[in-house]
Design a protein around this ligand. Sequence first.
Ligand SMILES: Nc1ncnc2c1ncn2[C@@H]1O[C@H](COP(=O)(O)OP(=O)(O)O)[C@@H](O)[C@H]1O
Ligand SMILES: [Mg+2]
Length: 297
Amino acid sequence: MNTKVITIANPTRDVGKTTSTAAIGDILARKMNKRVLVIDTTSPGDLSCRFGCSPSNHANPTLDILLSEELNAQKEQRVGDLDLTPFILKGIMYQKKENVFTLKKASKYEHLSIICSSPELNFVYNLMDYDDNSIITNLLEHLKNCNEFDYILIDTPPSYTLRNIRDHFIAGSDYLLIPLVPSKNSLAGVERLVNSFVRISKHSKIQKGNSLQLLGLFFCNVSCKDEVDIDSYVMDNIAVDKSSFFRTSIPQSTDIINYGNVDAPITVLFPDSSASSKYVSLVEEMLSRIDNKENTT
Ligand SMILES: Nc1ncnc2c1ncn2[C@@H]1O[C@H](COP(=O)(O)OP(=O)(O)O)[C@@H](O)[C@H]1O
Ligand SMILES: [Mg+2]
């Protein structure tokens, strides 16, 4: 199977991007036996933490190092020759050797790799030309060409100042996945994101000949109170085709509220919670959508 790159994005913070990336990555790797790479593109490194990595204990190579490789390759005009496989394998081997991913309650991951964030990440972002997405799209292309992964999941920052960086990751992806919460604020951000997605997908078709697609939108962190309103929210407040929404919504979890979920995916910490079982249904829905889309293109 060709590697599928899925970027998880929403310009609003606290809508469940990182929680969802970690849960989906965990389910794909542990339950579905897929080879998964998760990439933390955010500078606080929230996703890295969910997989047991901190700035002082991260898997190598970190994202800033890989982006620097791409920047140097572009400067020296040897992009076509760049082979990241040894870098990536080094990361995978580090993970196996050092057991970075031995989480509190999970056994070691055999099929999950991570490209961690680091404190230097914003510095490297600043070296990049904000109007040129080729560094990031080349990196993703090189990662796909390693043939080491079935899925690459990318967690993105909320911040508007890093909007271009986020859009570059979207441009290099096969699919965009949008978590959202049923609030007015979140819907306005989603509408802007979907509009820029339409532009990005046109450009990426011209640029790379690939077809970036909207995998779908799903509601996260939904309280009982919100549940009844979802349909009317969607109908009244957002100009996105209703069929783009996944049937599965992720309920608000009292376990997360009571205990937090900073150092492991919630599917590891609270496997019996209804949020965790809904994440499994969501991944099933996602995979069947991807199957359908692949078969019709
Ligand atoms: N299903 C859920 N139930 C309860 N709390 C949740 C749920 N999903 C996310 N959260 C909490 O909401 C906050 C924001 O989630 P996070 O995934 O970090 O959002 P983002 O990455 O979009 O900023 C975190 O404190 C997280 O623990
Ligand atoms: Mg986040």
